[in-house]
Design a protein around this ligand. Structure first.
Ligand code: M6R
Length: 613
């Protein structure tokens, strides 16, 4: 979480920082700040209200920091210390000459802080971060260069960090480092940049490099030098960046969520592209796993968080149905603490939009340490997960900025279902004819997704009529269950309404006690094989006074008689129904948030990429 940016070189640093921070706000927006080297002094501005208020603050300042060549900026998602100006980054040392920004958590900050206080340092924040800048200050007083002072400090630290540090006494330099929390470097003629994520600097730099764990960087106008934390020189790995600036902008849409919902047909189409050879073989160029390795697998375990956990659940149904392998799905944060049973015949798949979610990375590391074959499903090329896994499957959703995931979710389902077909084919469970037929069914969902997206007005109209409701249950069976979980999650995260997703069969085992007039039940009724069962569940909640919104396929004539409202979606093969049903649920959640006047792109307390446990 948190976004960090830095620039050093022949550019006016302030607009670069503000522009970059605006594009990083999806990572956190509790507060923001910048620090610039101005002559021989350090200039700092922070606000508890995010990037725009930092910009306003600076605009009102007569002696503002113009034409500074070196600066760093931060947009915060609070972990230690409540949101507020005093906890906003950058943090400074006692003499206000050194400034530091940080994304991550310093786990031993209590011990370090006690020692530093004992030696007379005065702390002005409640963050875990501030210890770093005071310790660097001590090493600087001993005569170490800024790079060496940062290195010594980081060798005393446990936890996660992406940091950037500037010192007025060493102008023209930014020192940065990474452990766990993401960091990228960009270089252009005469200027060097760093950021948590590419979009912040993608229109500024011309070449990009990834930074790995425990790498320390010294950035100057003319480029970057890198070492490990022992001081051994290393080369940074070049990064492939295939986005343009347009992808990071709203392009006429009112918000990123709407834009990204509308980009879903393309996300699915691009993700499915080039996976079927002329001879009917399913292929994954980047997968790097031999047919023999796939044949030797005895179990598949999928891990993910949030929406990515839900898509992993959808994949379980597809892999078990088509490839006939036993599949477990785990919430990534639970996996490594349960002594999981995996070995070299287990395929462990980490599902993630960002490829940076710390819980999923940790789960994959745990699996790898136990000998499992580890595959990352990542939307970001060269993400941490993609680089660490034995193999990678890329979803091609393009840059997703809205905190609530939409197009990445559909792309993950598409990619995982192709993987299910690959496993079915290589293990000889399905004939090539059947695999080709199912693959074509998958590609035809692109039009069905487009059709679902186009029905926005009808969903909006229904959602508007029940916008004042406070309690929602989403019920589904089979792949309708993870779809229900995803619908409930979308509603919770952007409308702040209490919503629960449930397998419809569990209704009688507790939740029915909560059903009363005023409760809304959203029932997923698109799977023909389970239609009768869902109709019974609808009858049960209706009998207890609930209002029912059904998501039903075109041509379902029975649903109108039992549901209060019906959201129609195009009829879709059962295992692929999440691809269209989820679109309707995204639009539903969007309208609930709109009715409440909420900012859908920036839900409270959340951040797009969760890089802390
Ligand atoms: O980048 P990841 O897919 O690993 O992120 C996982 C979750 O944090 C993410 O899906 C989150 O639940 C979204 N806000 C859901 O809309």
């Amino acid at each position: 979480m948190c976004g960090i940016i830095g620039v050093v070189g022949a550019v006016d640093a302030l607009p670069v920082l503000l522009d970059g921070l605006r594009r990083l706000e999806y990572r956190g927006y509790d507060s923001a700040g910048v620090a610039l080297l101005h002559g021989d002094s350090l200039w700092r501005a922070r606000s508890a209200d995010g990037v725009e208020s930092v910009a306003d603050l600076i605009a009102k300042c007569d002696d503002g920091p113009h034409d500074c060549a070196t600066g760093i900026g931060h947009t915060r998602w609070a972990t230690h210390g409540a949101p507020g100006e005093h906890n906003a980054h950058p943090h400074v040392d006692c003499a206000s000459g050194i400034a530091l920004i940080h994304n991550g958590i310093i786990e031993n900050h209590h011990e370090l802080g006690d020692e530093l206080r004992g030696r007379g340092h005065v702390f002005t924040s409640a963050t875990d971060t501030e210890v770093l800048v005071h310790r660097i200050e001590e090493f600087r007083r001993e005569g170490l260069t800024l790079t060496e002072a940062v290195r010594q400090t980081l060798n005393e630290v446990t936890g996660a960090f992406a940091i950037a540090v500037v010192d007025a006494a060493e102008p023209g330099v930014i020192v940065a480092a990474r452990r766990v929390s993401p960091l990228v470097v960009g270089i252009s003629e005469g200027a060097t940049y760093l950021a948590s994520d590419i979009p912040a600097i993608m229109d500024k730099a011309t070449s990009f490099f990834s930074v790995d764990d425990d790498q320390l960087l010294t950035l100057r106008a003319e480029g970057v030098t890198a070492t490990d934390l022992d001081g051994t020189p290393i080369s940074l790995a070049p990064l492939v960046v295939d986005w343009d600036l347009e992808t990071a902008q709203k392009s006429g849409y009112p918000d990123y969520m709407t834009k990204e919902i509308h980009e879903q047909p393309e996300a699915v189409r691009a993700t499915l592209l080039d996976h079927l050879d002329k001879d009917g073989t399913i292929t994954f160029d980047e997968m790097r796993l031999s047919d023999d390795a796939l044949r030797a697998i005895t179990k598949v375990t999928l891990v993910g968080c949030g929406s990515s956990y839900h898509t992993a659940m959808v994949a379980k149904y597809a892999i078990e149905a088509w490839a006939r392998i036993s599949v477990e799905v785990d919430i990534a944060s639970e996996f490594r603490y349960r002594n999981p049973v995996v070995d070299e015949t287990t395929l462990v798949i980490g599902v993630s939009q960002s490829g940076e979610t710390i819980d999923t990375i940790s789960a994959l590391r745990e699996a790898k340490s136990r000998g499992a074959i580890v595959v990352a499903v990542s939307n970001i090329v060269d993400s941490s997960m993609a680089r660490e896994a034995d193999a990678v499957i890329y979803t091609r959703a393009g840059l997703e900025i809205c905190v609530a995931s939409t197009k990445a979710v559909l792309a993950q389902i598409a990619a995982l279902e192709v993987l299910a077909l690959r496993l079915a084919q290589v293990r000889g469970v399905l004939s090539t004819e059947r695999v080709v037929e199912l693959f074509h069914q998958l590609t035809s969902t692109v039009d069905l997704v487009a059709e679902a997206v186009s029905r926005e007005a009808a969903v909006t109209q229904i959602a508007s009529q029940i916008a004042n409701a406070h309690t929602f249950f989403f019920l589904g069976r089979h792949v309708g269950f993870p779809t229900a979980l995803e619908g409930a999650l979308k509603l919770k995260e952007i409308s702040y309404v209490h919503a629960e997703g449930y397998p419809a069969g569990e209704l009688k085992h507790g939740p029915l006690a909560l059903i009363e007039p005023g409760v809304i039940v959203v029932a997923l009724a698109t799977d023909p094989a389970l239609h009768e069962k869902i109709l019974s569940n609808i009858a049960e909640v209706k009998a207890r006074g609930a209002t029912v919104v059904a998501v039903a396929a075109d041509g379902d004539e029975r649903i109108d008689a039992v549901a209060d409202y019906v959201i129609r979606v195009p009829a879709t093969p059962a295992l692929m129904t999440p691809l269209v049903d989820i679109v309707a649920l995204q639009q539903f959640a969007y309208q609930m948030a709109q009715s409440r006047g909420l900012n859908v792109d920036r839900p409270r307390n959340l951040a797009k990429t969760v890089t802390v446990e």
